[in-house]
Write a protein that binds this ligand. Sequence first.
Ligand SMILES: Cc1cc2nc3c(=O)[nH]c(=O)nc-3n(C[C@H](O)[C@H](O)[C@H](O)COP(=O)(O)O)c2cc1C
Length: 451
Amino acid sequence: MSFKAALEADQEVPESWSSYMTTVYRSRKPPTIGSYDPDKLEAKGREVTKKNEAAFLYVFGSAGSCSTDRANRKAFERWYFTPKMLIDASDRNLETTLFGKKYRSPLLLAPIGVHGLLHPQGELCAATAANKMGVPMIMSTAATRSLEDAAKANGDGPRWYQLYWPRSEPLTLSLLSRAKACGYTACIITLDTMCMGWRPYDLDTAYLPFNHGIGIQVGTSDPVFMQSQGTTLRADEQSPYKGYEYDKIPYPFDPVACDFAREAGDEFHTSLKSLGRNWSRQIHSGLFRTWDEIAFVRKHWEGPLILKGILHVEDAVKAMKAGCDGVVVSNHGGRQVDGAIPALIALEKICDDPRIRRAQQEGNFTILFDSGIRRGSDILKAIALGAQAVLLGRPYMYGLAISGAQGIEEVVRGILCETELTLGLCGFNSLDEIWGKREKVMDKIELGFYS
Ligand SMILES: Cc1cc2nc3c(=O)[nH]c(=O)nc-3n(C[C@H](O)[C@H](O)[C@H](O)COP(=O)(O)O)c2cc1C
């Protein structure tokens, strides 16, 4: 029964993203995350990790002066909706089709490394929450769990894989084949992190978890990588590979304690450090790939192939010409290039290009977006500018830090509830009605930058 029919028959309305608001009010309880307001959520994330401040700062911090991170969010304030009245928007949905598959919403969990800094179960929380909500998780190559374990926790939920492109071809092929074997349906290659950006928040305490072997567990569960390190992993039906405790990592992670353990002769920490260094040489090696090399991954990945970190119109066109199925317009949350263009402004420019628009409309190319999404209205603005879906980043990590899978769920349900309510209150029933139609939906207010 539709929402409208249920209302007219005075019956309980069917569940939707927006019915979460009713659930919240009826519960008479605050959320475990403390607040649905993104700034308060961030503050609570900081508070609960105060004994582990460097871990919080690793997530919170950006490159250089953090100007791009700030500008990412400010860019959303250039656009304002013009709601229309007396339009029947009772039966709304946020359904979105990406690469031929229908999803319940246009939101995916962005690939974010080292969840294990904020929660002992690491990426398993995101995998479980993603399954429960039917929201895709994008598993990072810098995870603290194996691809296989995250896939198991995600069950029949939707999942994609994000590749940090290793230097070694056999290792690249191994990661792609593992991702395929355990049900990751799309592959995102992140292009903006061939080396890490200059991040003062982490540099000031010389805090880099990978150097201690934290966030390398996709590597320590990989037979090709481990063979290159002199350890042979045996395939096993229950867990991916036996013979090495690839996911035994300290929580909370304390680099001083790790140093101390190593100095005291602890073999586990000694080997983890050496594996960390060697994995980083593969993943953030400083080797800058070039456009002609995309053909290699294209040849070995049959599913949708997406390039993340695109900010220039011509790069989006090159991605299309290289046979990719889409791009993520993103500046990595301002963590790589301080002073990089706000991602939303890049999105406007890219979606204005007639070659891109045509390919999108013909169903041959998909534009995804991240960097600065904090609210439901941000999602609708990105879609009205031409994005087909968005990736949620830091907010779900704060949810994870506060209350694990439940925290992630509250963050996502809150933001999608707000999205659906705002859609209806503006006079629309579906995302198709607003996709790429910025003039119909919004007005632009010039704030004095990038006008
Ligand atoms: C702590 C942290 C780790 C990240 N790790 C990855 C990663 O492993 N792979 C990747 O492609 N992007 C990574 N990103 C970037 C996110 O995918 C996304 O682009 C970014 O979080 C968007 O910015 P926002 O969180 O400010 O909205 C990371 C971001 C953060 C905050």
